[in-house]
Design a binder for this molecule. Structure first.
Ligand code: PPS
Length: 251
C-alpha cells in the first residue's frame, strides 16, 4: 500500500486522489467568491471536528444533513481530484476545506472577502495522529517507526509538507477581519464558548436548543459513530480500515 508522494512546488501530496493539473488550477485559476466560507488546517489538526461543527451551524443544529451526506460532499477538500471543478459550477454560497499551505492556495482568495477559519493543533499531537493515520492510507510513505515519522515530520517529508512552514505562512493573515484562528485545544477546553465564537464570526444565529443539539452531535462518540463523518465510507483501496480509525483518541 505504501508508495511515494506526488510532488508539487516542493510539497509532498498523497499520490492517490491528487493530480498536478488540479493543484495548478486550484492555485492559479480557482475563483474564490466573497460569500465563500473556507476551513483551513494542517492535516490531523481536528479538521473533521471543525467541519462537523460548521455543518451543524449551517443546519441550525439539525443532525439530518451530517447524518445523510458525507463530509467531503458537505465541505469538499478543494485540492482533491475534481473538487474544484464541481465547486466552480456550484451556485450560491459555498463551504469548502483545504490543507494547502498558503503559497499553494487560490491566489484569488487574497483579494476576496471570503471568510476563513485556520485550525491549529499542537505539533506533538499532530505528529502522533499523523503516525497512526497516514499508515492506513494508500499513496503515502509509511514510516517503519515513530522515530522515523518524527524525523520526516521535522523535515516536512509528510503530506502537505512542514507543519512549521504551514503555520508560519497562514498565521501572517492573523488580524484580518475575514480570518479567524481556532485551536483544537480550545475546542477541547470549552467547546460551547468556542462554537459561539465561530457562530459569531460566521454572522449566524442559533437558539439555545439548536446550540445544545449541535454540541451533542459533535461529541467524539457521536462523530465516531457517524459514518458520514468518520471516513469509514472510504473504499479499502484508499484506507485500510482494519488497522485504525480517523477518530482514534481525540484528546
Ligand atoms: S485529517 O485526516 O487530516 O483531516 O484529520 P483531522 O480531522 O484534521 O484530525 C483528526 C484528529 O481529530 C480528532 N477528532 C476529534 N477529537 C475530539 N472530538 C471530536 N469530535 C473529534 N473528531 C475528530 C481525531 O480523533 C484525530 O485525532 P487523534 O489524536 O488521532 O485521535
Amino acid at each position: 500500500m505504501a508508495s511515494d508522494y506526488l510532488w508539487f512546488e516542493g510539497i509532498p501530496f498523497p499520490s492517490v486522489g491528487f493530480r498536478i493539473e488540479d493543484l495548478k488550477s486550484v492555485k492559479n485559476e480557482f475563483v474564490v467568491r466573497d460569500e465563500d466560507f473556507i476551513t483551513l488546517s494542517y492535516p490531523k489538526s481536528g479538521t473533521h471536528w471543525l467541519l462537523e461543527i460548521i455543518s451543524l451551524i449551517y443546519s441550525k443544529g439539525d443532525p439530518n444533513w451530517v447524518q445523510s451526506v458525507p463530509m467531503w460532499d458537505r465541505s469538499p477538500w478543494i485540492e482533491t481530484e475534481e473538487a474544484h471543478e464541481q465547486l466552480q459550477k456550484k451556485e450560491g454560497p459555498r463551504i469548502y476545506t483545504s490543507h494547502l499551505p498558503i503559497q499553494l492556495f487560490p491566489k484569488s482568495f487574497f483579494d476576496s472577502k471570503a471568510k476563513m477559519i485556520y485550525l491549529l493543533r499542537n505539533p506533538r499531537d499532530v505528529l502522533t495522529s499523523n503516525f497512526y493515520f497516514f499508515r492506513l492510507l494508500s499513496g503515502v510513505k509509511h514510516p517503519q517507526t515513530f522515530d522515523q515519522c518524527f524525523e520526516w515530520f521535522l523535515q516536512g517529508n509528510v503530506p502537505y509538507g512542514s507543519w512549521f512552514d504551514h503555520c508560519q505562512g497562514w498565521l501572517q493573515m492573523r488580524g484580518k477581519e475575514n480570518f479567524l484562528v481556532v485551536t483544537y485545544e480550545e475546542l477541547h477546553q470549552d467547546l460551547r464558548t468556542t462554537v459561539e465564537k465561530i457562530i459569531q464570526f460566521l454572522g449566524k444565529k442559533l437558539g439555545p436548543e439548536e446550540l445544545n443539539s449541535l454540541l451533542k452531535h459533535v461529541s467524539f462518540k457521536a462523530m465516531k459513530d457517524n459514518k458520514m463523518s468518520n471516513l469509514t465510507l472510504l473504499p479499502d483501496t484508499i484506507m485500510d480500515h482494519s488497522q485504525g480509525k480517523l477518530l482514534r483518541k481525540g484528546s
